[in-house]
Design a protein around this ligand. Structure first.
Ligand code: ADP
Ligand code: MG
Length: 479
């Protein structure tokens, strides 16, 4: 039987505010436990929440960026449950009236095809603290630094049909929140976490299968793997005559498996009710409008512009605009060397391969944009060949240095002197009389193909140092 995978994502994004959503305590990752928690975060009696205006601004920007319905009226609710890292005994969140409503999100897949994933809604809520189990034998430590940090939770419809689509959706959301600057999107630090709801059904069946929810996956790679093993588990289970139960599961990346955490609570168990300490949030049209006008250029628009202004392919432009620092880097390189296509090739090729290999972000690239731009300039003006450029790139990558000085020091200049090249051409013609004869008697469209042979011979003779453009020019005349 053929199976179809169905996936819906719930993505938690930490908002990059200075203070927490309902208190004045600082939001700052990696501090001493409990140094960034105030009386409100500790839920001391008599404290009251005060809504952070920046949080509303960021959520509305997010909604506008997706062209979503904006919740002009949104309401905070209490979601009641007990857990040691939640001193209030409830999480303040939104349920029926969230700040961001439905939207359609376009994703692009490896093969170039596009797909639309529907957003169910996105709502604001506070994060909980952290329980620390490792440092205390037989006890747990509670760190409330994270308690009260602002989150936006983004809930998709179950519209994804493969792990690849889920990763593409997650990357799109990552790209939008980081372009907007409303989150640093650092998955490894937990600023962006993803719950994947996964089910399978026989291909062609309309009804959804029962889903399992895999909690708190913290990297793109793990999202892909977790979904992969979960789908396999469900299919095996059903094929063996079992049934999938609706539950929350945990992905263990060391063992590459998912295992049960707890059975999923029914929403009713949380006894949601509107928080009496917080007024409904009502937005004015002019406020939303002014935020709309101040939105930065977003990935889709940038991609379009890269295609039209720089003449890039949709594929190249897509790669370059996924993350804003890469797009900025590209524009700097292109401005420096004035050859956008070469700039794109170098960044999507050599540079991105090296960054991947060493697990570096582009902001930490040993070659800054200006340097790569200068390197490409020397290729464009014929000082160095493509092959020599790769060698130069490697030297600059490992040893640093300035482009022109390194070209001199490494003796990387290609031979452009027409007299020297002419000699090489004469030699090749003299050594290959039969090929020359064949070439001269061939019809024109065949000559084009045969020409490459002579270029190759001259390049070989020059040990790759001859300027190919010059070689072409002289060969044409001589032949
Ligand atoms: P809950 O109220 O339990 O959180 P929701 O209906 O709000 O459940 O859905 C939560 C997430 O699960 C959404 O992202 C949704 O797209 C996804 N989802 C719902 N049903 C399925 C299913 N059968 N298979 C996969 N994902 C699903
Ligand atoms: Mg949910």
């Amino acid at each position: 039987m053929e199976w179809e995978t169905v996936i819906g994502l719930e993505i938690h994004v930490q908002l990059k505010t200075q203070s927490k959503i309902f208190s004045g305590a600082a939001v700052d990752f990696g501090q001493e436990p409990n140094t960034n928690a105030c009386a409100v975060d500790l839920a001391l009696p008599g404290t009251l929440p005060v809504l952070n205006k920046a949080v509303i601004e960021m959520a509305v920007q997010f909604g506008l960026a997706l062209n979503a319905e904006i919740g002009y009226r949104s309401v905070f609710e209490r979601k009641n449950y007990f857990y040691p890292d939640l001193p209030k005994g409830y999480q303040t969140t939104q349920l029926d009236e969230p700040i961001v409503g439905q939207a359609k999100v376009k994703i692009e897949l490896e093969d170039g095809s596009e797909k639309t994933i529907r957003l169910h809604h996105a709502h604001l809520e506070e994060d909980a603290g952290k329980s620390l189990h490792e440092d205390f034998a037989g006890k747990s430590g509670i760190d409330l630094n994270r308690a009260g940090t602002a989150l936006i939770e983004i809930v998709s419809e179950p519209d994804m049909r493969s792990a690849e689509e889920a990763v593409a959706f997650l990357k799109k959301i990552h790209s939008i929140v980081t372009y907007l600057g409303i989150s640093d999107g650092e998955m490894s630090q937990g600023s962006m976490r993803c719950d994947a709801n996964v089910s399978v059904r026989p291909l062609g069946q309309e009804e959804y299968g029962t889903r399992a929810e895999i909690k708190n996956i913290n990297s793109f790679r793990f999202v892909e793997r977790a979904i992969g093993v979960e789908v396999e588990r469900q299919i095996d289970l059903i094929t063996d005559g079992g049934t999938v139960v609706q539950e929350t599961r945990l992905y263990d990346s060391d063992k590459n498996e998912t295992r049960p955490m707890r059975s999923k609570e029914v929403a009713n168990d949380y006894r949601y009710f509107p928080c009496p300490d917080l007024l409904p949030v009502e937005l004015e049209e002019s406020y939303v409008q002014s935020l709309k006008e101040s939105l930065p250029e977003l990935p889709d628009a940038k991609k379009k512009r890269f295609c039209s202004d720089y003449g890039l392919s949709s594929y190249d432009a897509g790669l370059l605009t996924q993350e804003r620092p890469v797009a900025d880097y590209f524009e700097e390189v292109a401005t420096e060397c004035k050859d956008a296509k070469l700039a794109a090739n170098w960044i999507n090729g050599e540079l991105s391969a090296q960054l991947n290999k060493e697990d570096l972000e582009i902001s930490n690239s040993p070659l800054v944009a200006k340097t790569l731009g200068q390197l490409i300039t020397r290729v464009v003006d014929g000082t160095i060949s493509g092959k020599q450029a790769k060698q130069l790139f490697e030297t600059l990558w490992t040893e640093g240095g300035e482009v022109n000085q390194t070209i001199e020091a490494e003796g990387l200049k290609q031979v452009s002197d027409s007299g020297a090249i002419e000699e090489l051409v004469n030699q090749v013609i003299a050594e290959n009389p039969q090929q020359v004869e064949n070439f001269r008697s061939a019809p024109e469209e065949k000559q084009k193909k045969m020409f490459g042979f002579f270029v190759g011979q001259v390049m070989k003779l020059s040990q790759g140092q001859a300027n190919p453009a010059e070689v072409n020019k002289i060969l044409k005349v001589k032949l």
